[in-house]
Design a binder for this molecule. Sequence first.
Ligand SMILES: *[C@@H]1O[C@H](CO)[C@@H](O)[C@H](O)[C@H]1NC(C)=O
Length: 136
Amino acid sequence: MARSSVHVSYATVPMVIVMTVLCLFLANNVTHARMPASYYVGGVYGWDPIIPMDTWARGKIFYAGDILEFKYDYQTSNVMVVNRTGYETCIANEGAKEYTSGDDRISLPYGLSYYIGTYDASDCSAGLKMAIRAIS
Ligand SMILES: *[C@@H]1O[C@H](CO)[C@@H](O)[C@H](O)[C@H]1NC(C)=O
């Protein structure tokens, strides 16, 4: 009886070590959580179809909570947050949110999100459109 309980507690030791290491590892990951990154959409060009905005976004890894900063001339452009249909058709869907300040900071939600410019009818089709997938 005593022998078997001793045996059990020795068997538990490696498990405790594994759990402790695991907890330290997880706690370390939490305390060293990544700070949200900020991006100027379009880089030096800003929110402008001088380069297709999807080209700017390509190859970058975005995380939910990252900040997209859209800079543009509010007298000649805008930003609409649309759904996939709006992105594909270049026509803002019902319920799309419009930004018009010329310097909009938008926090990226998890998953796919879509942005188009509609101030001028040709803006979106000229490349002022962007689909972004943010991971967690
Ligand atoms: C986008 O929104 C419109 C209007 O609410 C809706 O009819 C359409 O199905 C939506 N598209 C997607 C892909 O959810």
